[in-house]
Design a protein around this ligand. Structure first.
Ligand SMILES: [Cu+2]
Length: 189
């Protein structure tokens, strides 16, 4: 039989574990493979010249929910989809597009992902500055797994906007996200 002290200690560890789960930092949630909500922070330096999603790349399971939290500046979470201002399609064909609208500091936006595949998204005011993110749900597949210009020459895509060069550079590779599960970028040195 465990002593009373050991018993209390085990309870303390359990309580600490529950606390971590409820706080759901991206690393603890994704690495434990749990189904808790995963948080992505929307960041900016003081001048607003550097803006980014943290983490920028995530691997999650079908059915998991991601919550974006605006920390600094004003941002959106907008799917690469023709219904969002003629952006090229870079989410699974069966998935519904989303656009959070502008989110102020302290504001949040949540999205639950059920379809497997790659989801590329951008921040409307900062896409040209390279503020984009990538989520892989299950295994990488769909339009988001294809090269950025995959649609060129296909009928009906004439109006689609190309992904800006700075944004193309920001997306972590599918291989890296699959391997690391969480990919972070910080402010420039
Ligand atoms: Cu932004």
């Amino acid at each position: 039989m465990p002593s009373r002290r050991e018993f209390l200690r085990a309870g303390g560890i359990l309580a600490a574990g529950l606390f971590i789960a409820s706080q759901a930092s991206p690393s603890s949630a994704a690495q434990s493979g749990g189904d808790s909500i995963i948080e992505i922070r929307m960041k900016s330096d003081v001048m607003g010249s550097h803006v980014w999603f943290d983490p920028v790349g995530l691997l999650i399971k079908p059915g998991q929910t991601v919550r974006w939290v605006c920390v600094e500046n004003v941002h959106t979470v907008t799917a690469y989809h023709p219904s969002n201002g003629n952006h090229s399609l870079r989410i699974p064909e069966k998935a519904a597009p989303w656009d959070s609208g502008f989110i102020q500091p302290g504001g949040k936006f949540e999205q639950t992902f059920t379809e497997e595949g790659v989801y590329d998204y951008f921040c409307l005011p900062h896409e040209g500055a390279g503020m984009v993110g990538r989520i892989i749900v299950g295994k990488p597949s769909g339009p988001g797994a294809l090269p950025f210009d995959y649609y060129k020459g296909k009928p009906g895509t004439e109006d689609w906007l190309p992904v800006p060069p700075a944004a193309q550079k920001t997306f972590p590779s599918l291989e890296r996200i699959t391997k690391e599960r969480i990919v972070r970028i910080g402010p420039p040195e």
